[in-house]
Design a protein around this ligand. Structure first.
Ligand code: GSH
Length: 199
């Protein structure tokens, strides 16, 4: 398998998951500006949507969309601790978290990177995000991980919340969220993934 990634973007989530599951994979860096891959391909020929993450399987299929990729990966390792089994109520709960992170947090942060967006519009996005962080903070006051133990949703949430310093959002306003970030960052696989992306 090849994971097409750009450093410290949302592709960090499947990258962490690959390492946590112990699956063999190759990392291929994508330049998000030029849409060229480090091994010399036009990334649009791999993912016509033009964004990471993309997972190229050995049979030639390419899977995109972070929440789909991480669930596919977990399902390659039956009995893993990162995702409840397909068809269970707990799996639907996981999908509920993944969708919340994708649509409310990931998509809520993305506009704040847009240099062309008016400051007044960014205030609206920040206020909405702040309410979502209040919700997450309350959830993480009750338990250390979103699903009770470390899993796919935590990896995704960590990957997008790593952007907050660049967005000028002070995570210490949400103490349980800050403790969550420290807890995830201390994991050896997370350290290894971040080091590999920085290399
Ligand atoms: N819906 C996609 C969004 C992926 C996405 O936003 N990727 C960003 C990095 S976090 C990207 O590569 N952006 C470059 C671009 O859109 O040109 C997913 O959830 O996987």
């Amino acid at each position: 398998m090849k994971l097409y990634f750009a450093p410290m973007t949302c592709s960090l989530s499947p990258h962490i998951v690959l390492r946590e599951l112990g699956l063999p994979f190759e990392l291929v860096r994508v330049d998000n500006q030029t849409k060229r891959t480090a091994d010399g391909l036009d990334f649009l020929s791999i993912n016509p949507k033009g964004y990471v993450a993309a997972l190229a399987l050995d049979d030639g299929n390419v899977l995109t969309e972070g929440p789909a990729i991480v669930q596919y990966l977990a399902d390659q390792v039956p009995g893993n601790s990162l995702a409840p089994a397909n068809g269970t109520w707990e799996r639907v709960r996981l999908q509920e978290w993944l969708n919340f992170i994708a649509t409310e947090i990931h998509s809520g942060c993305a506009p704040l990177f847009n240099a062309g967006m008016a400051a007044s519009a960014k205030v609206i996005f920040r206020e909405k995000l702040s309410r979502r962080f209040d919700y997450l903070n309350r959830a993480l006051e009750q338990q250390a991980y979103l699903m009770g133990r470390f899993g796919l949703a935590d990896s995704y949430l960590f990957s997008v919340l790593k952007w907050l310093p660049r967005l000028g959002i002070e995570i210490s306003n949400w103490p349980a969220l800050m403790a969550f970030m420290e807890r995830i960052e201390a994991r050896p696989c997370v350290q290894a993934a971040m080091a590999a992306e920085a290399a």
